[in-house]
Design a binder for this molecule. Structure first.
Ligand code: ADP
Length: 481
């Protein structure tokens, strides 16, 4: 099965969120099952620098906006075959892939990411027979949203297309005046086409033209067909419900496993869980908290915004501190939230530590050192941090939504008795709802045997990519048949 995986970020070369982790893990997992999956990325400086064994495959002219580019082939650091679109005009900019240093989106993002879709579609019309031709082109998020449209316009002998939604809140909406520059035919500017609320919707286009739609958990697949979670796309998605499914993301256990994690002071796994205590002590010291093994240590590693429920924390945490609990937070996001969380840490220096920033190594140390990982998201397509936490014996405390609901088994009395509980879940996205769940977790923390049983259960659950990759392969096979 030849698959072109089209994505705007891929760990470790460029990452702003979970999409980068998926892009790094799913293609090699597919290849592990015998597929020939290759990745297509924009040629940001970090991508061109990071691709090994680069060679030019072909010169491309007439991209959207009339821009020229070169298609470069190479390998990702793990050996997965990859292509990059080399165009100084579009991508030779350091820093965040989507935002200018001002924090605003790049003014030409419509051209930059139309190029991604356009070049992906070029694989459907190879210059000659010697060139690799995918059977499936798999686009991800709005940045790849025009790919299924461009492929659909190439004619009948085309590869099948799949579009995956990693987060429906980001849709790539641009003015209708760009239609011609984007090489979109006039007839496509229609409700049954690329038109979306009076503009051009990249994600909308992808969801309209792709042969199959997926998202990253079964619950989110259901939720996005509702007004509450569909962000305006619920009608289209509901009309395509038979073509929409949810496949839970996996974890790359080469990167997220406390037994081999180079960032930890001492490795551990479910057979030597006592050694986790060293990570906890180190984390408390790193954040200037009281080094106390008995204090339940909560943590959050997240973008800090309303969707992630980070606004609930300042109201809830003082009660936790009053009962001897602690918290460490790592994240960036809304400046108001960054400020209020920093103020909280300043007011409770021995109980709360906040690092406003992005720090991959520290994220690992937090997963290892914490007792509970907070994920109070209002919406969460899949969520990765709760999956990592489980492998580290750090019990996730989540709001019951999307992939959080699909991956964490709440410590209800029945689940505890059955031995299947792996964390804590709450429904109401309010300080009361979160506070009550934190209370339940701290109470259970005082029952070490039960706690340990939950940790062992969480650590031995398998959220590896092999299972998810098998589901994608099955879906591809259905399309190629
Ligand atoms: P989303 O993609 O919505 O941001 P996910 O839970 O799917 O949320 O993925 C978030 C990823 O980004 C995880 O790998 C998490 O560890 C990482 N991450 C988030 N914030 C930070 C940060 N401040 N520093 C380091 N890693 C972070």
């Amino acid at each position: 099965m030849r698959v072109l995986f089209v994505t705007s970020e891929c760990y470790p070369l460029v990452k702003t969120g979970g999409l980068a982790d998926v892009s790094a893990a799913l293609p090699p997992a597919l290849n592990g099952l015998g597929a020939d999956a290759r990745v297509l990325l924009p040629g940001y400086p970090a991508v061109l620098d990071g691709l090994e064994g680069k060679s030019t495959v072909r010169t491309l002219s007439g991209l959207p906006g009339g821009i020229g580019a070169r298609l470069v082939a190479g390998r990702l650091p793990d050996g997965t075959p990859a292509y990059a679109i080399e165009s100084a005009e579009l991508f030779a900019r350091p820093g965040n892939p989507y935002l200018a240093p001002s924090g605003e989106s790049w003014a030409d993002n419509h051209l930059r990411f139309a190029a991604l879709g356009w070049v992906a579609a070029e694989f459907a019309r190879p210059a000659d027979d010697s060139q690799w031709r995918p059977e499936i082109i798999h686009g991800n998020d709005w940045q790849a949203g025009l790919m299924p449209a461009y492929v659909a316009f190439t004619g009948s002998q085309r590869p099948a297309t799949v579009m995956t939604i990693h987060n429906i809140a980001y849709q790539g909406q641009f003015p209708a005046a760009y239609l011609a520059a984007l090489h979109l035919p006039a007839h496509s500017y229609h409700m049954h086409g690329v038109e979306y609320y009076g503009g051009i919707g990249f994600l909308k286009a992808g969801l309209y033209y792709a042969d199959r739609l997926t998202t990253v958990s079964p619950s989110y697949a259901r939720e996005i067909q509702s007004t509450e979670h569909g962000c305006g796309l619920e009608g289209l998605l509901a009309s395509r419900t038979d073509h929409l499914s949810g496949i839970l993301n996996g974890v790359d256990y080469e990167i997220w496993d406390p037994a081999i994690d180079p960032h930890l002071v001492e490795p551990y796994d479910h057979t030597c869980l006592e050694a986790k205590a060293a990570s906890k002590a180190a984390l408390q010291a790193e954040f200037g908290l009281e080094v106390n093994p008995a204090a339940p240590l909560f943590a959050m590693v997240s973008r800090l915004n309303w969707h992630k429920g980070a606004d609930l924390l300042p109201e809830v945490l003082p009660a936790l501190f009053a009962r001897g609990g602690q918290v460490v937070l790592l994240g960036t996001g809304d400046s108001g939230l960054e400020n209020s969380l920093s103020a909280l840490a300043a007011a409770h220096p021995r109980s709360a530590g906040v690092h406003i920033g992005y720090d991959e190594a520290q994220a690992h140390r937090i997963q290892a050192g914490a007792d509970v990982l907070l994920v109070p998201s209002r919406a969460e397509p899949c969520g990765l941090t709760q999956l990592y936490a489980m492998r580290y014996g750090t019990l996730p405390l989540v709001r019951r939504t999307g992939g959080l609901e699909d991956s964490v088994i709440d410590a209800t009395p029945a689940a505890l008795t059955d031995g299947c509980a792996t964390g804590f879940a709450f429904d109401e996205a309010t300080a009361l709802g979160l506070g009550w769940a934190i209370r339940r977790a701290t109470d259970l923390y005082r029952a070490p045997e039960r706690w340990r049983a939950m940790q062992l259960r969480a650590m031995t659950r398998d959220f590896g990519w092999a299972g998810s990759a098998r589901e994608y392969l099955e879906l591809y096979r259905g399309l190629v048949r």
